[in-house]
Design a protein around this ligand. Structure first.
Ligand code: FPP
Ligand code: MG
Length: 303
């Protein structure tokens, strides 16, 4: 009895110490990253939810529930830190291959989250514009309805942009953009010479309400031009080092940093986000140094 009490006391003292160290480390990291430019657009692959369920003897539904709570926390961390745009991978085109039971769990959760967004105080307080990206036609009608309601309720906002990828495939997104551009060329609205990187970017889901909405125009300015299509930092949790068809156009060619970390999504911590941002800042510094080095080399040729 006494031995058990001593053990319990020791373990809670250890936890207390661990929390103290964690907080201190978090503050140091935060001070460090606050001195340098932040990534504007972060994209997250929230992986490892089922493995967390197995590890903690939870049902998959319970683990996804914790995952969704984590997503809400991370959105708040982004507000606090001053990140302006976040894209999260909630359901990939690949995920359609999962069992009906698992898909139902995910669709119900995603649907509920979109309904919550419509009424969420913090979403309105922080003026978050929420938009789903993906081949939305493939989703059940009840999920599409919930998405529409959340989008409509937040369409006037612009302070923070939250893109939720559902039924999303990066290749399909590029294919859809190519088809719609080709259609415009066929109608004589644009000439093939006008097709450049900006035009393709402006036809991606981030910019135009994309796949499956029949929204027509992909380019355009006004509200669309305020979206930063390119991604500065991709984070993947759960230990795998793959990008799984997530935002390929948006992350290539612009020196996007990638940060892979071990914790399963429900266990993702603020320090993981801060470390990811530090990795982005280090990449940016290295990139600038390489550019300076190149300029110096060229200059030396002329001296
Ligand atoms: C991958 O983990 C994650 C998903 C398929 C979905 C994650 C969705 C959420 C956490 C909720 C989204 C929240 C909002 C606001 C819509 P996995 O199933 O591949 O797990 P595993 O890698 O362990 O198999
Ligand atoms: Mg997975």
């Amino acid at each position: 009895m006494l031995r058990r009490r001593i053990m319990r006391g020791a373990s809670s003292a250890e936890n207390w110490l661990a929390r103290k160290i964690y907080r201190k480390y978090e503050r140091i990291l935060e001070a460090e990253i606050s001195e340098k430019p932040l990534p504007e657009h972060v994209a997250i692959i929230m992986d490892g939810n089922r493995r967390y369920a197995r590890l903690s003897r939870l049902s998959i539904a319970e683990s996804y529930e914790l995952g969704a709570k984590k997503t809400e926390e991370v959105i708040e961390w982004c507000f606090d830190l001053g990140i302006k745009q976040l894209t999260i991978y909630a359901f990939s085109a690949e995920n359609f291959r999962r069992s009906d039971e698992e898909k139902a769990v995910l669709f119900n959760l995603i649907c509920r989250k979109f309904y919550e967004i419509e009424k969420n105080k913090k979403i309105h307080e922080h003026e978050v514009r929420v938009k789903a990206i993906g081949n939305l036609k493939k989703l059940p009608e009840y999920v599409i309805d919930a998405i529409k309601r959340a989008e409509r309720a937040t369409e006037k906002y612009n302070r923070f942009k939250l893109f939720i990828a559902v039924a999303y495939s990066g290749r399909m997104e590029i294919l859809d953009a190519a088809r719609r551009i080709a259609e415009k060329v066929r109608r004589g609205e644009i000439s093939p010479e006008e097709i450049d990187e900006d035009l393709i970017s402006s036809h991606l889901y981030h910019n135009d309400g994309g796949g499956g909405r029949n929204s027509g125009n992909g380019g355009g300015k006004s509200e669309r031009s305020e979206v930063k299509t390119s991604v500065d930092l991709i984070i993947r949790t759960g230990g795998e080092k793959r990008l799984s068809n997530f935002v390929p156009w948006q992350s290539l060619g612009n020196e996007c940093a990638a940060y892979f970390c071990a914790p399963f999504w429900p266990c993702f911590r603020r320090i993981d986000l801060l470390r990811a941002i530090r990795t982005y800042q280090q990449r940016e510094e290295e990139r600038k140094m390489t550019e300076v080095g190149r300029i110096l080399k060229v200059m030396r040729c002329f001296l």
